[in-house]
Ligand binder design. Sequence first.
Ligand SMILES: C[S@@+](CC[C@H](N)C(=O)[O-])C[C@H]1O[C@@H](n2cnc3c(N)ncnc32)[C@H](O)[C@@H]1O
Length: 279
Amino acid sequence: MTESTGLHSATAAAEPVPAGIDTNTPAISRVYDYLLGGKHNYDVDRQASQAMIDAVRETPLLAKANRAFVRRAVEFLVGEAGIKQILDIGSGLPTAGNVHEIAQSIDPNVRVAYVDKDPIVLAYGRALLSTDDNTTVVTADLRDPDGIFRNADVRRLIDTDEPFAVLLGGVMMHLEDDEDPTGIAARIRAHLPSGGYLVHCGCADPGDPRAKELNRIFAETHMGTRCFRPVDEQLVYFDGLELIEPGFVPANTWRPSPDFPEPDNPAHAMLVAGIGLKP
Ligand SMILES: C[S@@+](CC[C@H](N)C(=O)[O-])C[C@H]1O[C@@H](n2cnc3c(N)ncnc32)[C@H](O)[C@@H]1O
């Protein structure tokens, strides 16, 4: 654990590399894991994270705020909205407070399908879920949303004729403009039945020069060239949906809860979040 950031440094001995995982290029799943204080990361991920932290001290805070919003979103979906099926796209590595654990602590019958393009998520998720019939992990890509809905494992757990929620936590930001994030969000909304929910959160450029600096580092480390999009370019992901109060807002102001890290830090303006309901 480093004194300055409170982040863990895994060693190769402590954390064997799953087969087929490239440890020469940073991966956002593992960088995010490191920023959250996890152990499923390698030197290359820690170096990329450190470049971000050197540029913006609050980078781990943004990661933790993103995760704290995901928790509150799941609590809202299951606890208030009565949702019983969740499709978590760009789910990330298992971490403290996994979506299925939060959901099933409120309603044990909730079904969760995790989807991530990075096979390391499957490698670690499979072990975690080996005894859970209500949860699955699938390796698939958000850039082919219809393919996700055709996936047999997803179809086994998610009945698209019944209300379900799609979580897009910190994943739309990794799509390039020419990959058509607006069109991809529209395809996902088209699969939602009436009563379904779309959750989106991610980095934003509110005009803070630090957002531009982080955008540059994300691009240099192959995480995507437009990770910090203006808020208006992200609001369109909710087109045709009814935004749940308080709307699409900085994540620290979306129904704040006591576990939210440093809620008054102005860096939170660089992270936006919202939930839309399909009427
Ligand atoms: C910042 S993490 C967010 C994890 C989690 N959703 C959360 O909000 O806490 C982004 C995740 O999205 C995944 N990802 C990035 N691009 C993707 C894509 N095109 N399709 C599926 N997953 C993707 C990455 O592998 C990574 O695990």
